[in-house]
Design a protein around this ligand. Sequence first.
Ligand SMILES: [Zn+2]
Ligand SMILES: [Zn+2]
Length: 120
Amino acid sequence: MSWTALAINLVFAGPVAYWTYNDAKGRDANPILWAATALLVGLFFLGPLGPLGTGIVLIIYLLVRPKGAMRICPYCKKKALDWLAFCPHCKGALKRDCYRCFAAVDAESEFCPNCHTKLS
Ligand SMILES: [Zn+2]
Ligand SMILES: [Zn+2]
């Protein structure tokens, strides 16, 4: 095994795995599994196939990951998928139920977007 080839592949697979982990974590979608797959594929195939494999894992991840806009969690300031009820990083409540119409409302918003009741 060539350590140089391993190092070159790690330079590519490392940041991809790191990015995938953070993105998957914010979307509550198996961050460790995706990061480990990107990293292992990248390091298993030495030479140009490694980065190619990591790239393919990344593309598959981008296709199957839970879709939706990201928002900043008001508690831990990390990115979380907009429609999650709880922050996947700190478990803080991102949504609460409107006491009048029971719509899911952003935890920090003052008015229910559905029935315009003033909350809290
Ligand atoms: Zn959080
Ligand atoms: Zn409401």
